[in-house]
Design a protein around this ligand. Sequence first.
Ligand SMILES: NC(=O)c1ccc[n+]([C@@H]2O[C@H](COP(=O)([O-])OP(=O)(O)OC[C@H]3O[C@@H](n4cnc5c(N)ncnc54)[C@H](OP(=O)(O)O)[C@@H]3O)[C@@H](O)[C@H]2O)c1
Length: 346
Amino acid sequence: MQIMCVPIQHTHSYPLYIHHANLAPKNPILLLKTQRFLTSSVSASHMGFPTNGAEADKSLKFLLYGKTGWIRGLLGDLCRAQGIQFSYGSGRLENRASLEADIAEAKPTHVLNAAGVTGRPNVDWCESHKVETIRANVVGTLTLADVCRDNGLLLVNFATGCIFEYDKDHPLGSGIGFKEHDTPNFIGSFYSKTKAMVEDLLRNYDNVCTLRVRMPISSDLSNPRNFITKITRYEKVVDIPNSMTILDELLPISIEMAKRNLTGIWNFTNPGVVSHNEVLQMYKDYIDPNFSWKNFTLEEQAKVIVAPRSNNELDTTKLKKEFPELLSIKESLVKYVFQPNQKVNA
Ligand SMILES: NC(=O)c1ccc[n+]([C@@H]2O[C@H](COP(=O)([O-])OP(=O)(O)OC[C@H]3O[C@@H](n4cnc5c(N)ncnc54)[C@H](OP(=O)(O)O)[C@@H]3O)[C@@H](O)[C@H]2O)c1
């Protein structure tokens, strides 16, 4: 997709651009909304109104899906902190009428979707609940994208990068990551399979911004969804370098991406990889000097899980180009997670 960038002002923490995502012939309503946003932002700055921070964000209204979910909760907190108006969608993704009712009531400028079946206690749940997984992750996500398109709305969709695994063209340790246009090669779990199918179909929706999240980590080390919390509680862990997403750094970027009206697929991880043992060593260095752990092999891991897990590196060139300040995974772990939680004196 061809994207034209029009710089309109530079008082934001990130330079603010409106991206005309070449939607005009296919989706005139979306173009109209984009133009309206462009016009209001330009005229606001011309009239001497502050265009950064909470004032500028009054032109925005986000509708967030994910009900009680981890990422949706963090997005709500961020909107509150940034003074962005938002509401939570109460509809079920697969129920078109309920989504239409949410949109009619909220009148959002953007929809952010952090709803989906992830499985409890983990993705193995999806292996034995295939229809429920399809209903939410396939029928639901596609219905939301379709309703948003009908309403001229951009949808930022929190998807997954767990649709790839290291292969001969992207070997472990090579630094060669999977790119946004690469075809998923990991369908070992039903969860990943549904996510890969939906990502492919969503490519056809020019109002959708797909964010490939991986092994998300936040500074809240008490949250059982947090990758660090998970691996510190496991009896044994594998040790494989992976691309990961530091939510404290990347969720604000997702909000900025909505403001810039970015669309298409984005590898949504910090640049580089970090292994389980490297993360656990940092945990030991910063949080608990008495912490110890045991490793096991992939073959041994396979005996205690139902479906295989994806291990991969994603290429973040595209995201880094748009957000040059993006930290590498190891820098981001230190800055956003371990330093704020530091208990061990340096
Ligand atoms: N956490 C991870 O490790 C991870 C990694 C990569 C990508 N992601 C993706 O990021 C997204 C958010 O993840 P998360 O960790 O925040 O998930 P989460 O904590 O499991 O929350 C998911 C939320 O989605 C809601 N939901 C499920 N099915 C729904 C449906 N059909 N209609 C409406 N709401 C529905 C759930 O509400 P109910 O309980 O009411 O169903 C729940 O509140 C997911 O799509 C996930 O695949 C997560």
